[in-house]
Design a protein around this ligand. Structure first.
Ligand code: WT7
Length: 646
């Protein structure tokens, strides 16, 4: 348990108001805050009308902390809501998915096409014995079949467990076993920067340690040679050839499981976060509509992988329930060149872009020339998610990508929350770079101190929720005790998932980072986000990671790892300049003891900086669990360099 509250030190005074034009056409208005604060459950009851229910619910919420049930007795199907119901409208011929592959190949699926593919694949799964309640593991690249497979599972009421294609055989094995999945859907490979990642071979290795899988369905994507085990392994395209188009959508209870999504705990066994159907669908469709201000003619691009919650909620379930046109891209931003994203935005006239701070800081590092050479004028709204966005990265995004005309929505949420919980409403909220602003209408968040009391404005503390929200996780798969102990045990009846935040004078929230990463200098608890933002504020710095290293006098000293923008070299005296800069922006107590320059920082596969490993390096320990690390070579380099300079 944490010892003291966090201090809030950095201040940011820039403000951005939505333009009058944007405001006048916005989907959500300030009434939403008023209505929801007067009658929170009534607000969510009204939002539930966005969905098509087979049978209406009888009660909005049944709350027996920490177990919530939403939309009691309501019956619906998530796939039906994402696909079938649009066929009764003009949207049947609207593009649901516009796909481009890494090699430049492309496909467009209208809602009618999506319906046909999904229903056929649902029949395929049925023929393999999948029925309501059975788990299906999906291990695919970012190709339309990933979405088709998810929706086909939802159609049958078979919870899916999507495993990001960057995970190893070992991780895949653990997750298949935990879910006891009956079918695995994978592909012959996945393109990555011109190479092929052998997904099927990884799956074969994983399955050596698995007994529950009866069949493996293999999508042909790369023409990579694979071994097919007789009787167990089947080609997707062959199964689909004769599959029937009609497959009724299973009526599901609002509280039936829609999917499991694994998220790594700090140590050991991954947690299977369980999301259910009714509340989740209401939560993601409402937030998607209002946060992204979705219009019928938008081309919406969320750059996350479907293997993460961002992909589940804001590539698949939210956007498709809302009848959006979703652009989907298979590859990375730097292949074949560093302007790939901007090329795609120009080509498809993308209007909404939702990406992560790690990507934005990488673009900053590469310099503004790449976006400047492309026509990005179609963009009208930008989003950010995954980590605190440093104010300078926010400004860069605003200027070079948004052409100073697009509102930015900095959306705070988690795998566990299922839906965005804190965010600006783009036509309503005045934004401040680096702040995720305020809770979404109908959501209540608080910042509390160690004793569980709300902190006064201007102070920092722990970000928590006391009231459930529709898309919140219901449990940890097969482990309700872990659900209670991980999320609801720090304070009685309070949800805490690990972030520190401050509240400013206007009641805006500023995420300070994970509390496990907090740096304690002479009794002052400093959030990593503030020191890092002060460094990124320097025009040469692209990215920074700060940690606390044991110190005889201060308890901990601030140590920083810094990446420079392209074209800048480490000069003599730069470390002193940066130390001074931090002291000036935040205060002398945050002045870094050491600064190390590096070309890369260790990150998770979803792009979050792994400060824990930097602490291990700085304190000369053996490295802890590295299974979530994206690129292990970064660590060897850092370790060597750190030891040389120390
Ligand atoms: C953690 C959750 C939610 C989708 C992607 C990540 C951090 C997320 C923000 C933001 C500051 C953020 C938090 C949170 N985070 N969004 N806008 N500002 N921090 O999902 O992998 O479950 O991670 O990501 O630390 O707790 P996740």
């Amino acid at each position: 348990m944490v010892a003291k509250e966090l201090e809030a030190l950095l201040s940011e005074n820039r403000r951005f108001k939505p333009s009058e034009e944007f405001q006048s056409k916005a989907n959500a208005t300030s009434d939403a805050y008023k209505e929801s604060s007067e009658d929170r459950l009534g607000f969510w009851a009204k939002q539930s009308e966005r969905l098509t229910w087979f049978e209406p619910w009888t009660e909005v919420l049944d709350w027996k902390p920490p177990f919530a049930k939403w939309f009691i007795d309501g019956k619906l199907n998530a796939c039906y809501n994402c696909v079938d119901r649009h066929l009764k409208t003009w949207r049947r011929n609207k593009a649901a998915i516009i796909f481009e592959g890494e090699n430049g190949d492309g496909r467009v699926l209208t809602y009618q096409d999506l319906y046909r593919e999904v229903s056929k694949f649902a029949n395929v799964l049925k023929s393999l014995g999948i029925k309501k309640g059975d788990r299906v593991t999906i291990y695919l690249p970012m190709i339309p079949e990933a979405v088709i497979a998810m929706l086909a599972c939802a159609r049958l009421g078979a919870p899916h467990s999507v495993i990001f294609g960057g995970f190893s055989a070992e991780s895949l094995k653990d997750r298949i076993n935990d879910a006891q999945a009956k079918v695995l859907i994978t592909s012959d490979g996945s393109f990555r920067k011109g190479n092929v990642v052998p997904l099927k071979a990884n799956a074969d290795t994983a399955l050596l340690g698995v007994n529950c899988i009866e069949h493996v369905v293999v999508v042909k994507r790369t023409e990579n040679k694979v071994q097919m085990q007789e009787g167990r392994d089947l080609w997707y395209h062959e199964l689909m050839k004769d599959a029937k188009i009609v497959c009724p959508a299973e009526p599901m209870d609002a509280e039936d499981m829609l999917f499991i999504l694994y998220t790594s705990g700090t140590t050991g066994k991954p947690k299977g976060v369980v999301h259910t159907t009714g509340g989740y669908m209401v939560g993601v469709s409402t937030t998607h509509d209002w946060v992204f201000d979705l219009k019928e003619d938008d081309v919406y691009w969320c750059t996350a992988d479907v293997g993460w919650i961002t992909g589940h909620s804001y590539i698949v379930y939210g956007p498709l329930a809302n009848g959006a046109t979703v652009f989907m891209y298979e590859g990375t931003p730097d292949y074949p060149a560093k302007d790939r994203f901007w090329e795609l935005i120009e080509k498809y006239r993308v209007t909404i872009l939702y990406t992560a701070p790690t990507a934005i800081r990488t673009f900053m590092k590469w310099g503004p020339n790449y976006p400047q050479e492309r026509d990005l004028t179609s963009l009208r709204l930008l989003g950010s998610v995954g980590e605190p966005i440093n104010p300078e990265a926010w400004i860069w995004y605003h200027k070079y990508i948004g052409g100073e005309r697009c509102p930015i929505v900095d959306t705070w949420w988690q795998t566990e929350t299922g839906m965005i919980l804190m965010t600006p409403l783009p036509g309503v909220t005045e934004t401040k770079p680096g702040s995720c602003t305020v809770p979404f209408p109908g959501v209540k968040m608080e910042i509390i101190d160690q004793a569980g009391n709300p902190v006064p404005k201007g102070s920092g503390g722990f970000i928590v929720a006391r009231e459930p929200w529709p898309a919140m996780l219901r449990t940890v798969y097969n482990d309700p005790e872990r659900y209670v102990s991980t999320y609801w045990s720090n304070w009685e009846g309070v949800y805490f998932a690990g972030d520190g935040a401050k509240w400013d004078e206007d009641g805006y929230f500023w995420i300070l980072g994970r509390v496990d990463d907090v740096i304690n200098v002479s009794g002052h608890r400093i959030g990593t986000a503030e020191v890092e933002s002060a460094l990124v504020d320097n025009s040469m710095v692209a990215e920074a990671a700060c940690i606390g290293k044991e110190h005889d006098v201060k308890g901990q000293a601030v140590v920083c790892f810094v990446t420079l923008k392209e074209g800048f070299k480490v000069m003599d005296g730069l470390d002193d300049e940066l130390k001074k800069h931090v002291a000036k922006k935040i205060g002398a107590l945050a002045r870094p003891e050491d600064i190390f320059f590096t070309a890369e920082l260790p990150k998770t596969r979803s792009g979050k900086i792994m400060r824990r490993l930097l602490r291990d390096i700085a304190e000369g320990r053996a490295l802890g669990d590295v299974s979530t690390l994206a690129d292990a070579s970064v660590l060897d380099f850092l370790k060597k360099k750190y030891n040389e300079e120390e």
